[in-house]
Design a protein around this ligand. Structure first.
Ligand SMILES: Cc1cc2nc3c(=O)[nH]c(=O)nc-3n(C[C@H](O)[C@H](O)[C@H](O)COP(=O)(O)OP(=O)(O)OC[C@H]3O[C@@H](n4cnc5c(N)ncnc54)[C@H](O)[C@@H]3O)c2cc1C
Length: 493
């Protein structure tokens, strides 16, 4: 087995690990990022409802929570980051709804908290507004007519967390960080001032470990007795609706006990579990169940009665890592283990997508305090050129692209209008599986979910990677689509 040497090892290529890797690439540091999956962002990050929160909205924030402070610090960093990496960022605003004076309790608290916190903790936050019934229903004609007003929060935005994670990892690599996919950490030993990390690809010797393993963060910390914290995985359900009903709401709409419906950057709507119906789960058990799905759907219908089950095109569960399930607060565990120097846990909590950029910044300080010498990288290049998205181009730009490369004139995914040119570009940029292609340029994200375009993408992947069609997988490992050639099993040897 191979032996690798690195100064800093980051375990986990979700948004936390990728943001930290990119943050460290601003310095002359010897850093390796390992991810057990075939691609980046396929853990909790993939499950997220994609919202960049502001703080005094749906979630119970408190200045004493580390996660709240990271989210406050992270939100203003998100838009510039998305611009540098050429990934979508869209301000949608949110509406926290109420039906009567009694239902005003939560919105009133929100306004109060905003007043109290905006100057102190929320840089560049635009003020919230109380809006009346007429304004509300003119902005959102499809919401339940029983709502008589809302708190409008103009700060709320949506992003594509997986595309951002892939872009962060790509940019980190471009700036000198070594990234290793399909590399699973199996065990860790601590010897004097070094760690020896056993992976399926060999042993990695390092001085610092950043444990950003998402739902497995406690398991990784336990391997070397650095688990000075406990986390409770709370199962949360999400569903996505067909683009054809994408105009049912224009803002993120929410009511304290009725979950959330939000537009995505691609014109679909997401809805998800209300806080009241979340349940403690077992990590690794990603099965959706009818009870949690029904509760989420009923709650979504309370907000927008026209939502129909027929418009759900996919659903999934993900884990929100709570620090204390009993009292319902979500916190994070970002910091050096109190039990083991140079071992830093980076579980960013909920909401974690918006906490990630600030957690990455904080990591620099933590590593420096633990003795890592960090000199600025004079060659750091913050910008990443994203491949073209055919559907978002003007007619002239489309014509120009097709003239340069005919494959941009061949539509492979009709639901999302994705061309062969984009799929080939995704593979050139690192996609190795159907999911790798899907999360980079969206074929298979539409109504048919790859039923029509899947076989064509398998052929393109096989051709571009120089492998057989049977070797193409959904997401690595044994997730093969084609087990045998037609009638192959009948052939006599
Ligand atoms: C349903 C749902 C909705 C959410 N909505 C929002 C939202 O709207 N806004 C928001 O800000 N946050 C939201 N969150 C929270 C947010 O998604 C998470 O905080 C964030 O994605 C966590 O990222 P991570 O990098 O810590 O974990 P992950 O994305 O899970 O990354 C960890 C990575 O570590 C890898 N790994 C694990 N074990 C090993 C090993 N042994 N060796 C190598 N690699 C390993 C995994 O494969 C994984 O890719 C939501 C969460 C859920 C579940």
């Amino acid at each position: 087995m191979a032996i690798y040497e690195t100064e800093v090892l980051i375990i986990g290529g979700g948004i936390a690990g990728a943001a930290i890797a990119r943050g460290l690439s601003k310095y002359k540091a010897d850093v390796t990022l390992v991810e057990k999956g075939m691609d980046f962002g396929q853990g909790i990050t993939k499950s997220s409802s994609t919202i960049v929160n502001q703080g005094s909205n749906v979630i119970k924030f408190r200045p004493e929570y580390h996660n709240s402070r990271l989210v406050w610090a992270g939100r203003p960093l998100m838009e510039p980051l998305c611009r540098e990496l050429q990934v979508p960022y869209q301000k949608i605003g949110s509406l926290t709804l109420f039906k009567n004076q009694a239902g005003m309790r939560h919105p009133k608290k929100m306004l109060q908290k905003f007043e109290e916190w905006s100057g102190k903790y929320m840089p560049q936050a635009e003020p919230l507004q109380l809006i009346d019934r007429e304004t509300l229903h003119s902005w959102e004609p499809n919401i339940n007519k029983e709502f008589i007003g809302a708190v409008y929060d103009p700060n709320i935005a949506v992003i594509d967390p997986v595309r951002l994670t892939i872009a962060l990892a790509e940019n980190a690599r471009q700036n000198g960080i070594l990234t290793m996919l399909e590399t699973e950490v199996l065990d860790i030993w601590h010897q004097a001032d070094r760690f020896a990390v056993e992976t399926n690809k060999g042993t990695i010797n390092c001085r610092y470990i950043i444990n950003a393993a998402g739902e497995y963060v406690v398991k990784i910390a336990q391997k070397v007795n650095a688990d000075d914290f406990a986390l409770y995985p709370v199962k949360s359900y999400m569903a996505v609706l067909d683009q054809k009903v994408g105009n049912l709401v224009n803002h993120m709409v929410t009511m304290e006990e009725h979950g959330t419906i939000n537009p995505t950057v691609y014109g679909n709507l997401f809805f998800g579990t209300s806080p009241g119906s979340q349940r403690l789960g077992k990590i690794h058990d990603h099965a959706t169940d009818k009870k949690i799905a029904d509760a989420a759907f009923e709650h979504a219908r309370q907000l927008v009665p026209a939502i129909s089950e027929r418009d759900i095109i996919n659903s999934w569960v993900g884990f929100i890592m709570y620090r204390n399930f009993e009292v319902g607060w979500h916190e994070c565990s970002v910091g050096v283990s109190r039990w083991l120097p140079r071992f830093i846990n980076a579980s960013i909590g909920f909401p974690g997508i918006c906490a990630a950029p600030a957690a990455a910044r904080e990591m620099i300080g933590l590593l420096a305090r633990e003795g890592l010498k960090l000199e600025q990288n004079p060659d750091f290049q913050p910008f990443r050129k994203a491949p073209p998205v055919f559907n978002e181009l003007s007619d002239d730009e489309k014509r120009e692209l097709m003239a340069k490369d005919q494959r941009y004139g061949h539509i492979v995914c009709r639901c999302e209008t994705v061309t062969e040119g984009e799929i080939v570009a995704a593979i050139k940029n690192g996609a190795r599986s159907l999911d790798g292609v899907k999360f980079r340029c969206r074929p298979g994200m539409g109504r048919c979910h790859g039923g029509f375009c899947g076989p064509k993408i398998i052929k393109i992947l096989a051709r571009e990677l120089g492998i057989s069609e049977e070797e193409v997988t959904k997401k690595g490992g044994q997730s093969r689509y084609l087990l045998h050639k037609s009638k192959e099993l009948l052939e006599v040897e």
